[in-house]
Design a binder for this molecule. Structure first.
Ligand code: ADP
Ligand code: ZN
Length: 360
């Protein structure tokens, strides 16, 4: 059991992490002055497994919850789905102090968070992330959004939850591929901020892959702490927060270049981190061992190192279309060593081409 405090002034909140704490959710929510009506948003996969436990713990704590399950997958992050959730909230009579609980992966968190941020100009938001990716990424940062047919996450807000509850035991039912994807972001935190943590992840790889609850609690709380330290200094996403984008410039190009079908986000980030390490090396910033360290760790957690079926040229054009590229300049987050990053906007074209050729 661990608690990570996210300090954002009046928007501060705690993240509770531990095995089996899903059934304590109701009790943990009683500390707030919420009214009894509550909306629990989940998807059909997660809702079928954990919906009943959550409804029960909320009932026992005096809430009257209504569970709404959306279709699994990115397509649920749509205006139409948000509308059905507003309708449920209105029909149930949720008021300004009624909580909306997100029970699911990143999709459910983004969608339910967006509805919580906008229904009645904002109602309390509780996050119960059930995928490793959502536990280590979306629990901190306050980014909520839905997609527009013309682009992902185009309609959204910064909206902080009042409480985050992470039960490591729910990862037992998460598809293995999704577990590995979450580990890509965990590896990222070690690389950008914490050399000891990076070594810990490698040392404990067997325990992690065997889902040891104590080790999972340790890596999730450390990841949340690292992200919180960065977000606390930069809540509105200016320069500092850029380091969280390590591996993501190439990852976004890979996701778009392969039609969002071949790789999930974490897999694209794994390849992107290898690419960023190679750029760091060719720029003369990082020793070759850094690249080997990155690749070895990615391999250890069953993540891919290269893209098949997308040419370097195609990747390059998507790279320049990234929304974070301003005036044709890419801000590269590069590694000096494990745990130490530098931002560079002057990476020569030849180095980028060489690296893209190497990862395709
Ligand atoms: P992500 O969390 O990776 O951003 P999703 O919200 O789409 O993306 O979740 C990934 C998939 O894993 C979805 O199909 C979701 O239903 C499923 N899922 C999430 N958490 C669990 C869990 N604990 N057990 C089983 N399936 C889960
Ligand atoms: Zn990411």
């Amino acid at each position: 059991m661990a608690v990570v405090e996210v300090n954002l002034g009046k928007d501060s909140y705690n993240i509770h992490i531990g095995a089996g704490i899903l059934s304590e959710l109701g009790q943990l929510m009683r500390q707030f002055a919420f009214t009894a009506k509550a909306l629990v948003v989940s998807d059909e996969n997660v809702g079928a497994i954990y919906g009943a436990v959550v409804v029960e713990t909320l009932r026992q704590a005096g809430f009257s919850p209504r569970l709404v399950c959306v279709k699994p997958g990115e397509t649920a992050k749509a205006y139409e789905t948000a509308m059905t959730l507003y309708t449920a909230a209105i029909e149930e009579g949720l008021d300004r102090r009624s909580p909306i609980v997100a029970l699911g992966g990143g999709v459910v968190g983004d969608l339910a968070g967006f509805v919580a941020a906008t229904y009645l100009r904002g109602v309390p938001f509780i996050q119960v992330p059930t995928s490793l990716l959502a536990q280590v990424d979306s629990s901190v940062g306050g980014k909520v959004a839905i997609n527009h047919p013309l682009g992902k996450n185009l309609i959204g807000a910064f909206y902080q939850p009042q409480l985050v509850v992470i039960d490591t035991a729910v990862l037992a039912t998460l598809p293995r591929r999704e577990l590995y994807a979450g580990l890509a972001e965990v590896i990222k935190y070690g690389l950008i901020a914490d050399r000891d943590f990076f070594h810990y992840i490698n040392e404990k790889s067997n325990a992690i892959l065997a889902m040891d609850n104590n080790v999972l609690t340790a890596i999730i709380s450390r990841s949340c702490r690292i992200k919180a330290d960065i977000v606390e200094q930069d809540a509105r996403e200016s320069a500092l927060r850029m380091v969280l984008n390590f591996g993501h410039t190439i990852a976004h190009a890979i996701e778009a270049g392969t039609g969002f079908a071949q790789f999930n986000h974490g897999e694209a980030v794994a390849i992107g981190m290898r690419g960023a390490a190679l750029v760091s090396h060719y720029m003369g910033i990082a020793e070759p061992e850094v690249v080997e360290n990155v690749c070895g760790t990615i391999r250890r957690f069953h993540l891919p190192l290269s893209v098949a079926g997308c040419s370097a040229a195609k990747l390059h054009s998507y790279l320049l279309h990234d929304k974070k590229v301003i005036g044709g300049k890419i801000n590269w987050i590069l590694l000096r060593s494990v745990g130490e990053v530098q931002v560079h906007s002057d990476v020569p074209e030849q180095i980028v081409s060489r690296v893209l050729a190497e990862i395709t």
